[in-house]
Design a protein around this ligand. Structure first.
Ligand SMILES: [Fe+2]
Ligand SMILES: [Fe+2]
Length: 160
């Protein structure tokens, strides 16, 4: 007997909360840094770092354009978002430094390591302080998430 098959929901099109999208990005980048640690081959290292830089650049931009302003307004925040924005500036500087050196030698490894530690610190503050506070507001995190995913796709496509 034939049974009507339900079309399985496509994962990618499922709505996600803004914070869940950002957490997934954080996890991806943290995994990439871990991969870098275990890699010896210079071309492979360069490939991983290129992906880290791309992911971080797009991630920071969707936070700055969409997530941070919404959180700032909802929390009437004068501290968390400005601090995170300053950290993004430092992060962009670290990205530029990593992109500016040849992917071999101890300075390259050192720069990537410092960038990884800095990202870890920044992510910890977002996930432990900013996200829980954002979730406690009336902010529509689903709508925000939808907006962020659309912008992310656009920015990812524009990155080389
Ligand atoms: Fe951030
Ligand atoms: Fe983030």
């Amino acid at each position: 007997m034939a049974t009507a098959k339900k079309t399985p929901a496509k994962k990618a099109s499922q709505p996600k909360e803004a914070t869940a999208i950002l957490r997934a990005d954080h996890k991806l980048v943290s995994d990439l840094f871990e991969q870098f640690e275990g890699t010896r081959s210079t071309p492979k290292k360069a490939k991983i770092v290129a992906q880290i830089c791309k992911e971080l650049t797009v991630h920071a931009q969707i936070e700055e354009e969409i997530f941070y302003p919404a959180v700032k307004a909802a929390l009437k925040d004068k501290e968390l978002v400005p601090e995170a924005t300053v950290e993004h500036a430092t992060l962009k500087d670290l990205i530029a430094q990593v992109q500016g050196v040849e992917p071999d030698g101890e300075m390259y490894d050192a720069k990537v390591k410092v960038m990884g530690e800095y990202v870890k610190h920044h992510v910890k503050e977002e996930q432990n302080e900013m996200f829980p506070k954002a979730k406690a507001t009336k902010l529509d995190l689903m709508a925000l998430g939808e907006q962020m995913l659309a912008r992310k796709q656009e920015l990812m496509a524009a990155q080389i």
